[in-house]
Design a protein around this ligand. Structure first.
Ligand code: ADP
Ligand code: ZN
Ligand code: ZN
Length: 839
């Protein structure tokens, strides 16, 4: 799409002017009001993409959020320059959702829009020049220099040039001066050309020209003419064989891909001749980037347990809008989802199924594809812009009534959601950390569901404490599935004490004797091994080699992080710090050391310990490419890998028959991560990774290496006693004021100079102290990662009362303070980042 904006500036009648509030893709906390030109008034409405001038020079695409008759008071409204759509790209429910999100997560609505729209739907504009039609070089009083002449000559033949093209033409770096001069000399005009980034996928087809497809006589005489041109005749015969127009002349309209002929060994030149002679014609059609696929699966028969769970869900939905489906690993939650999705689709509603990033590339998609075929859209972050736009448009047009996708799929243009499912709802990848909006999709989607009056299922084998809490307080419904499908048994756990082995000299390359023996046994049986190591290696901690003691903060119930610089340990919540003690306060031993182990080193160690085994590693580094993850899984599934070492990635949705041993190398690292959720995460991760073992007939084994085998959590993980673990952790959370008992807002202050960063952070912290709500303020303290991209980071945490409007009031005041800080001359160049529910 393109347009020249001359006519939009036509004068308007001031009486019955219409105005539009427009969401602009800029980090400014409000919408902007523009005038709707008369000629657009009938073809414009909420959700249309429009082009407007922003500031003096910029031309931007915005979206209309509201149409009204109130002229803005503070400024004169500029007119909308152009309308891009003939239908709304975004619906009113989405705009409500964006407004809510900006408010709740303390960001700008333009930032929400930026996150919501696939970049293929955003437009870019480019400055171009053209000849001034009234320019006459012979009459002009201003002579042109040689370079200006070159530009004008090029314009005479090419009509328009971008600035870059001009620069290339002259071989210079900046064209600005010359363009200015040409404008003054009235030789050229500058205009903005707007470009649609999305481009549909186009395929060339050929088909019979009239009259041949409808007039059999004409066709017969054509064959006579081609009697001594066998190559052309062959093409025609092939065409008729593929498209039997004798029976169905209307089929001709679909035509054929040229490849049908070339694949059959016929020549392109004969096709060309037929086209030239008016027998065939070539034309283009727009095709989908997604293959058409039919559903192939017959009806699923649910087990008794599954069917009972399904009935309970339906009954509870009569009263509750949200429900937690707590089903152990392998209990067959997917099959229950399928039933519910089918029923929702049959009733004419749309369905959204959210999955964590990585689960989307596994069995789940192919599993659901078999049931739902092409009416299921997939929205993945590794998709290209064009593919994302096609999913977006597919939802708009009704082609995709069911979408499975990652967290950003909550922004798709649904207009009648009936059911939302969040699978693996405890997963931390539902949280977007950067950039704004810093939202938690599991929470945000509840607002979306509410706007649609849709039902929501949160599914997990290890629910987040928030969801479990909400189900215990009856805010959510709750259904529990405690049996694996098909009677497969849960794995058998064994704890292996790192310190005991170390003392006896049995620890080899970080593997205990028990772990090594079990791996060898599994390899001997030609079965497979998964070795899990937590990814969060960047937070090293201190541990005692003799008793396993790990230092914790006295005030915050989190472990202290080791900082090599200054040999100190710090709490990254409250700033409490201590020198690393010389002897262990628990046992008096002098063997205190920093702990940290990467997956790469583990892979090497395994290759040394088991030279005959085929070892592979799955982490962020080895799966960066689009298909990296899938390829590793295929290799593993095909039995070409014996031992797979991996991070959290291997915990998700893997369902391989031959995995019978799962090893967790350092459970302490998960447990003592400096975060109040460490216990919850540890329970979830250990249970999930253990759930990969022995999913069919054979029972699996899980070996957990730890320095402190006597911790209560291990007993609870092993017996699957989620509830007691939860109750115990909740008591702690209540005592130390953590969610779900309070709301946490994290405020980071960043500056390239650490003194300024610290000063600004303190200043802001003091100002926040004056906000009149019940709260606890912690910090400011150096961030867990103290410096990112050369910006020093200080963090403050506000813990807020959940009842009443304390939260909303605090956020509102905070926005004001941030504006004040931004304008403060001492803090120039400081960035502030607000993260609501930062964990
Ligand atoms: P979950 O997601 O709860 O961990 P899955 O949905 O992956 O469990 O189910 C575990 C295994 O059992 C899968 O291989 C699945 O295909 C199989 N399964 C579950 N329910 C059924 C059913 N009703 N009929 C046939 N196979 C089933
Ligand atoms: Zn000790
Ligand atoms: Zn602390």
């Amino acid at each position: 799409m393109e347009s020249l904006f001359g006519d939009a500036y036509a004068p308007q009648d001031s009486k019955s002017n219409l105005y539009a509030d427009i969401i602009m893709p800029v980090p400014i906390p409000k919408m902007f009001t523009y005038k709707i030109p008369r000629n657009f008034a009938d073809e414009i409405g909420i959700g249309y993409r429009v082009i407007v001038q922003f500031g003096l020079k910029k031309v931007l695409t915005g979206i209309i959020a509201k149409v009204h008759q109130k002229a803005p008071k503070e400024y004169e409204a500029k007119p909308i320059l152009d309308v891009l759509d003939t239908f709304a790209t975004v619906n009113p429910l989405q705009i409500k959702f964006w407004v809510w999100m900006a408010e709740y997560y303390c960001c700008h609505i333009g930032e929400v829009m930026n996150a919501a729209l696939p970049s293929g739907l955003k437009l870019s504009s480019q400055s171009k020049i053209q000849l001034n039609p009234s320019y006459d070089s012979d009459q002009s009083p201003y002579p042109l220099d040689a370079r200006e002449e070159i530009i004008l000559q090029a314009l005479a033949s090419k009509k328009e040039l971008s600035y870059e093209e001009c620069e290339d033409l002259l071989g210079i770096k900046s064209i600005q001066g010359i363009i200015k001069s040409l404008i003054i000399k009235e030789a050229i005009l500058v205009f903005e050309k707007v470009m649609e980034k999305y481009s549909p996928k186009v395929e060339s087809r050929i088909r019979l020209c009239p009259p041949y497809f409808s007039d059999i006589k004409a066709l017969e005489s054509l064959f006579k003419e081609l009697a001594n041109k066998p190559k052309q005749e062959e093409i025609l015969l092939k065409y008729l064989q593929e498209i039997p127009i004798y029976q169905k002349p209307e089929l001709n309209i679909k035509g054929l891909d040229k490849k049908v002929f070339t694949d059959a060994g016929m020549t392109g030149s004969s096709i060309k001749t037929l086209i030239k002679n008016g027998v065939l014609e070539e034309y283009k059609i727009i095709i989908s980037r997604f293959e058409e696929m039919n559903a192939t699966e017959e009806k699923i028969i649910l087990s008794t347990e599954q069917d009972e769970a399904l009935q309970q869900i339906k009954t509870q939905f009569e009263e509750k809008n949200t429900l937690l489906l707590h089903g152990i690993t392998g209990s067959g939650k997917t099959e229950i989802y399928i039933q519910l999705i089918n029923e929702a689709l049959d009733s004419g509603s749309q369905v959204l199924l959210l999955l964590p990033e990585i689960a989307l590339t596994t069995h789940m998609v192919s599993r659901l594809r078999k049931v739902f075929g092409s009416k299921m859209g997939v929205y993945h972050s590794k998709y290209s812009d064009n593919e994302r736009v096609e999913v977006w448009n597919g939802v708009l047009s009704g082609k995709f009534s069911f979408v499975i996708g990652v967290r950003s799929s909550i922004f798709l243009p649904f207009d009648s959601l009936g059911l939302v499912i969040v699978d693996e709802e405890h997963e931390s990848s539902y949280k977007q950390y950067d950039p704004a909006p810093r939202f938690q999709a599991r929470d945000a989607v509840l607002m979306l569901a509410w706007l649609h009056q849709a039902k929501t299922i949160l599914g997990s084998a290890t629910p987040s404490f928030e969801s479990y809490y909400n189900s215990r307080t009856k805010k959510y419904g709750y259904v529990f599935l405690d049996k694996r499908y098909g009677g497969a048994s849960l794995p058998h756990y064994q704890l292996s004490d790192i310190l005991v082995d170390k003392k006896k000299n049995l620890l080899k390359l970080d593997f205990t004797r028990l772990m090594r023996e079990k791996i060898q046994e599994t390899l001997n049986k030609q079965e497979q091994v998964l070795i899990f190591q937590n990814r969060r290696g960047y937070a090293p901690y201190i541990a005692c080699d003799d008793c396993g003691w790990i230092p914790e903060c006295e005030h915050c119930d989190v472990s202290l992080t080791y900082h090599q610089f200054g040999e100190e340990m710090r709490c990254h919540y409250c700033g409490f710090k201590e020198k690393v003690p010389r002897v262990c306060p628990a046992c008096g031993s002098g063997k205190l050391g920093a702990v940290g182990l990467g997956t790469e080193r583990i892979e090497e160690s395994l290759s040394l310990l088991f030279p005959e085994a085929r070892v592979a590693r799955m982490d962020l580094d080895t799966t960066r490419s689009k298909y990296g993850y899938q390829r590793l899984l295929e290799e593993f599934g095909a039995g070409n890998i014996d031992i797979l070492v991996g991070t959290q990635m291997i915990t998700k949705g893997l369902d391989f028959e031959k995995v019978t041993l799962v090893g967790i190398l350092d459970a302490d690292r998960i447990l003592f991560f400096p975060d109040f959720r460490a216990g919850e995460r540890a329970f979830q991760q250990i249970t999930q990774v253990a759930g990969r073992a022995g999913r069919r007939e054979k029972q699996g084994t899980v070996i957990i290496q730890t320095r402190k085998p006597d911790q209560a959590i291990f007993g609870q993980v092993i017996s699957g006693d989620y509830k007691n673990f939860y109750l115990q952790e909740m008591a702690e959370r209540q005592r130390f004021f953590y969610p779900p008992f309070v709301k946490i807002i994290k405020i980071s202050t960043r500056h390239k100079d650490y003194k300024t960063a610290e000063k600004a952070a303190r200043h802001l912290h003091n100002l926040m102290g004056d906000i009149q709500v019940k709260k606890i303020l912690l910090g400011p303290e150096k961030g867990l990662v103290g410096k990112i991209k050369n910006q020093y980071i200080y963090e403050s945490f506000a813990k807020l009362d959940k009842s009443g409007n304390a939260q909303a009031y605090f956020k509102h005041e905070l926005q004001g303070l941030l504006m004040e800080m931004q304008a403060h001359k001492d803090f120039r160049g400081t960035r502030f980042v607000v993260d609501v529910d930062p964990y």
